[in-house]
Design a protein. Structure first.
Length: 208
């Protein structure tokens, strides 16, 4: 079989990879994989079973690389990742449809690495879903914290109209975050309430 020719590429002509190397994906234990697309792809139908095995493993291995979704542009490292002999790896890579089918060199900061368009899309969706999940968790945490603060203020005798003032509650919450970090107690709520009175934050709620 005719070997694929590996030619040098000007780094300035390479695309910039869209995901930063320091993107934190702790706890990332699975990869979204469209098996229907894979089983009906030309790659699956035309690639040898051996190359297909390594092709899939490279996709999965790329999820633990930095940046996520990339591979090193280094035959020795790739062979090591796949746990095969370097000579065997080079023979497989040189095939017309080898394990690096459609992987291309990209710029990752000042480094050159390998990326695959479909794997890149999956990685971007993974990062985006993580960001949305973190935002959702933060919003839920804030909601629960403000809910407990309102209940605490009612317990201290504040009128419902005062507790219903979002601006006031958020001000008190901010003061507690800065001056009473950790678990919030009745004593910390009392201190925050005294501060709010001293700063005349309560007047807006009373006059509203």
């Amino acid at each position: 079989m005719k070997e694929a020719l590996l030619r040098p590429v000007d780094s300035d002509a390479l695309d910039q990879y869209p995901i930063a190397e320091d993107e934190d994906l702790k706890g990332h234990r699975f990869v979204m994989f469209d098996h229907d697309r894979w089983l009906n792809s030309d790659t699956f139908l035309r690639m040898s079973a051996e190359c297909g095995w390594f092709y899939l493993n490279l996709i999965f291995l790329s999820q633990k690389q930095r940046p996520i979704g990339t591979l090193p542009d280094d035959d020795e490292l790739l062979a090591s990742l796949l746990r095969i002999d370097l000579g065997r790896w080079k023979e497989l890579r040189a095939r017309q449809m080898g394990p690096l089918h459609k992987w291309r060199r990209v710029k990752c900061g000042n480094k050159i690495r390998l990326a695959h368009p479909v794997v890149t899309k999956i990685a971007e969706e993974t990062v985006e879903s993580r960001i949305l999940r973190v935002q959702s968790n933060e919003e839920k945490a804030v909601y629960q914290r403000l809910k407990r603060l309102r209940e605490g203020l009612l317990f201290l005798g504040c009128d419902k109209s005062v507790v219903a003032d979002d601006v006031l509650v958020q001000r008190i919450d901010g003061w507690l975050t800065e001056h009473a970090p950790g678990k919030r107690t009745r004593a910390s709520y009392e201190r925050a309430l005294m501060h709010a009175v001293a700063q005349k934050w309560m007047l807006r709620a009373v006059s509203a």
